[in-house]
Write a protein that binds this ligand. Structure first.
Ligand code: ATP
Ligand code: MG
Length: 393
């Protein structure tokens, strides 16, 4: 049923626990919600007692899109669609009767759960639930009160300005507001893993900037567009971001010409780390993020990771390190990147893949093999060819 007073109550998670930082967490979160709602219409967004209120200010707001948007903002653990009313038992009962009429029609049992955020209100939460529940049971004779396993739970919140009535809230994205966890550069390929690893760090409040390596003509424009599309999908959660595109062809060709085949991938990955670190330093970012998962491929054994990490002094965050592929795929589906990731365009990693990659590489050996290259010059040339795109939701 359409109710023109409908609004959303956003429940905050860990933000509540952050003590002294709480104020800046809440400010960030309110701003992130406001920014994310811009494409859905005009809304008033404000916070009271650790709950964010989202109220449409015009009739033409897209409430479905806004509801979905609120559920994607990190720092929000649950979102309830609610209707405000006067702070009296009669008004609350009337509101529940009309707003939740469809839910009542489908239910055979119900209970009322109340919360009194306004401690001045003359009934406590148990008394509110009893009064409202009694009247609703009379209004809907086909439903009985069941406090243990009801089909429907009616929530009543007595707050500062009004009382709010709603059905159960749906879960939000959880985590911490983007911007509270620092700024990092994420290495984004077209695969399944790196969009998920990026999403996971953004959920811990990290503001992201992406770097993607391209090897034309071995990799195509479609492969690059696919990565930009993955970045765009991530902006629903992370906000707008910059994607740096770095040319990688010459580095790969030089490696193939001058280095032993078993080390191709490892040396290539060392170059990726150097370039990503340079991009991060320029952007003021303090860490790198990859989609590596222990043992997934030859370049992700423990020794291979050590060889890769050798060339950077920045922390390398690998949120998927202990996560199985099945679980990674589940998250990719949930966040909506799966279908794009499985499009069959080649990545620069799959060009020049060695037949027998070293899985227990010796760091000194790899360093020696790499000494055949002019590392500094190759890095400088790749960086000189860098371009970037700003991706928005
Ligand atoms: P993914 O599914 O994310 O591509 P993967 O399992 O295929 O990962 P690799 O191809 O070895 O593993 O890459 C490991 C990580 O290196 C990726 O998760 C990503 O962070 C980074 N990476 C790989 N290729 C690129 C690229 N072309 N541009 C930017 N980063 C890349
Ligand atoms: Mg890959």
């Amino acid at each position: 049923m359409i109710n023109h007073n409908e609004m959303f109550l956003l429940k905050l998670g860990e933000v509540v626990l952050k003590g002294l930082n709480r104020r800046s967490f809440e400010d960030k979160l309110v701003n992130n919600v406001r920014r994310r709602l811009k494409s859905c219409g005009s809304f008033q967004v404000y916070i009271r007692q650790s709950t964010i209120y989202v109220e449409p200010t015009t009739d033409n707001c897209d409430m479905e899109a806004a509801y979905a948007a609120c559920r994607q903002v990190f720092g929000v653990v649950a979102v309830a669609r609610a209707v405000p009313c006067e702070k009296t038992v009669e008004a609350i009962v009337e509101t529940a009767k009309t707003y939740l009429a469809d839910e009542f029609a489908a239910a055979r049992s119900f209970k009322v759960e109340s919360k009194r955020a306004d401690k001045q209100f003359y009934l406590n939460s148990i008394q509110i639930s009893q009064a409202v529940g009694g009247d609703l049971a009379e209004a809907f004779p086909h439903v009985t009160v069941d406090v243990h396993k009801p089909d429907l739970t009616v929530y009543v919140e007595i707050r500062e300005k009004a009382a709010y009535v709603h059905a159960p809230a749906l879960p939000g994205a959880g985590g911490l507001p983007v911007g509270m966890g620092g700024h990092a550069v994420s290495l984004l390929s077209g695969g399944l893993d790196s969009p998920v690893s990026s999403w996971m760090m953004a959920r811990r409040g990290v503001e992201l900037e992406m770097v993607h390596f391209v090897s034309p003509p071995y990799t195509s424009q479609q492969a690059q567009d696919k990565v930009l599309e993955l970045a765009r999908l991530l902006t629903a959660y992370c906000g707008r971001m910059i994607v740096h595109i770095v040319p990688f062809t010459e580095i790969q060709e030089e490696i193939r010409k001058n280095c032993p085949e078993e080390y191709f991938t490892l040396i290539m990955r060392r170059f990726m780390m150097r370039l990503a670190e340079a991009v991060a330093k320029k952007a003021g970012a303090k860490a790198l993020i990859t989609g590596e998962s222990l043992g997934q491929v030859a370049s992700q054994t423990m020794m291979a990771l050590g060889v890769t990490e050798d060339v950077t002094t920045m922390p390398v965050l690998r949120p998927l390190i202990g996560i199985d592929k099945v679980e990674i795929i589940r998250i990719a589906r949930e966040i909506g990147t799966y279908e794009t990731s499985i499009l069959p365009y080649e990545d620069c990693c799959t060009v020049f893949t060695p037949r027998h990659p070293a899985t227990r590489p010796d760091l000194e050996e790899v360093r020696k093999a790499e000494a055949a290259l002019d590392v500094e010059e190759l890095v400088a040339k790749a960086l000189a060819g860098e371009s970037w795109v700003r991706v928005k939701y």
